[in-house]
Ligand binder design. Structure first.
Ligand code: PLP
Length: 433
């Protein structure tokens, strides 16, 4: 299987090259040349397969032998070493709980798979890698956790000082080892800019073998298709006919992964693209105009994206046709006020505690149900404890701490940094192992 660039200006590459490069040189995004259909025997046996077994069948055609089956199996088992259950909220409405991993958000799935795949290839090549990642919070924690103690890979995380939650900061800064956290005196955009400059610096790029772990990497996207199949398999048989996936979205990686699952044969009636007021994609779905704009801060902050990078993948999947896209995807956008209100009402009526991102997805599904029916699955992308202040203000009780997370009082180890590129460059060249 080769991976082409959506801009078509570079030659297609192997899976290994695609995940080491992250981005093609022509600034497009990688896409698999073919999206294979899974055989009907796979769907017939879904009920009997475990989550990692489903994962193996879904990913195998994309990896296409570049990682031998036995290694791929163990990478997937290791990646998906936690539950991804569906939880019934009320009639016709389920939450797909993607937050049972170590950093309590769906990004664990992609980050863990990327770390293990990169490590498989570096071990074979006897090569060292430096992963750079700029984060506004969730990506940094998932990447730190996913890459922790992975041999031959150094990870440098840049996060804006004072602008991530205490929970996120702790997950990024207390591990140590191969994880270095730089606390940048600036915004997320400043962090992103430093990373981009580093990639443009030829000496740095080659001497440190730089690579990126942000969400446009193929190895983060593909494993996210797995849980769409697994969610479907968990539904009672009579509810599998008209399945709707409601996807709270920011960069639209999760939604793109769902579309890939559908192309592989998963019967999905409709996808709902649900955003906060950063509504670039819903607006496109409504009026066929794609107009990126600066992002606005909201309470569902992991979706504060004004120029969603995976939109080009969505477009690619529908051969550039707005008409085709709206046949499969309906867009919705919500304010913080209605998000808060939904957290409160859903808890009051059903006892289910939504996080602000899941609440946006839940709102979309409720609006869709005004004129349509089916079985809705809302992707619950983060545990409500990650946004506990916002959530507790609405439900007026404490959000229970999930059992597998220990908020230890390990020491924060971050290095204060300015937004000066020369400092960053010197640091990477001279102080990193
Ligand atoms: C990253 C993130 C999102 C957005 O996902 P995309 O794949 O970028 O659309 C939604 N919710 C949470 C909690 C996230 O961390």
């Amino acid at each position: 299987m080769k991976y082409y660039s959506t801009n078509q200006q570079v030659e297609p590459v192997s899976f290994q090259e695609a995940i080491f490069l992250g981005l093609p040189a022509d600034n497009g995004l990688f896409m698999p040349e073919e999206i294979p259909s899974l055989p009907s025997s796979f769907f017939d046996s879904l009920d009997d397969l475990t989550l990692p077994e489903i994962g193996f069948e879904v990913l195998k055609p994309f990896i296409d032998g570049e990682i031998p089956d036995t290694d791929l199996k163990s990478i997937i088992e290791d990646t998906l070493a936690f539950e991804i259950p569906i939880n019934r909220i009320k009639d016709g409405v389920y939450a797909l709980e993607l937050f049972h991993g170590p950093t309590l958000a769906f990004k664990d799935v992609g980050a863990r798979f990327l770390a293990r795949s990169l490590s498989y290839f570096t071990r074979k090549k006897n090569q060292k890698l430096t992963v750079l990642v700029a984060t506004s919070g969730d990506t940094g924690s998932a990447v730190a956790n996913g890459f922790y103690n992975v041999p031959d890979i150094e990870v440098v995380i840049l996060y804006p000082s004072g602008k991530v939650s205490g929970f996120q900061e702790q997950q990024m800064t207390t591990l140590g080892g191969n994880i270095t956290a730089l606390e940048v005196d600036g915004t997320f955009d400043d962090c992103q800019h430093l990373v981009k400059q580093a990639f443009l610096d030829e000496e740095l790029r080659t001497s440190k073998n730089l690579t990126s772990a942000n969400s446009i990497n193929m190895a983060r996207l593909l494993p996210q298709s797995i849980y769409y199949f697994y969610a479907w398999a968990q539904l009672p048989e009579e509810e599998r006919k008209e399945v709707i996936f409601s996807v709270p979205s920011g960069n639209y990686g999760n939604l793109s992964a769902g579309l890939i699952a559908q192309r592989m044969g998963l019967p999905v009636k409709q996808f709902l693209a649900c955003s906060n007021v950063n509504d670039t994609v819903p607006l496109y779905l409504w009026n066929a105009r794609f107009e990126p704009k600066p992002s606005v801060a909201t309470i569902s902050n992991a979706m504060d994206v004004g120029n969603p990078s995976n939109f080009v993948r969505m477009l690619d999947l529908f051969a550039g046709s707005h008409q085709k896209m709206i046949h499969s995807i309906t867009g919705y956008s919500y304010t913080d006020e209605s998000t808060r209100d939904t957290i409160q009402k859903t808890y009051g009526l059903t006892g289910y505690i939504l996080d602000p991102h899941g609440a946006v997805g839940y709102l979309g599904l409720m609006d869709y149900y005004r004129n349509n029916q089916g079985t809705g699955i809302v992707l619950e992308t983060a545990h409500p404890i990650k946004f506990r202040n916002t959530v507790e203000d609405q439900i007026l009780r404490e959000v229970p701490m999930p059992g597998h997370v220990s908020l230890t009082d390990l020491e924060k180890k971050s290095i204060p940094f300015s937004i000066d590129f020369e400092d960053f460059r010197t640091f990477l060249l001279n102080e990193l192992a």
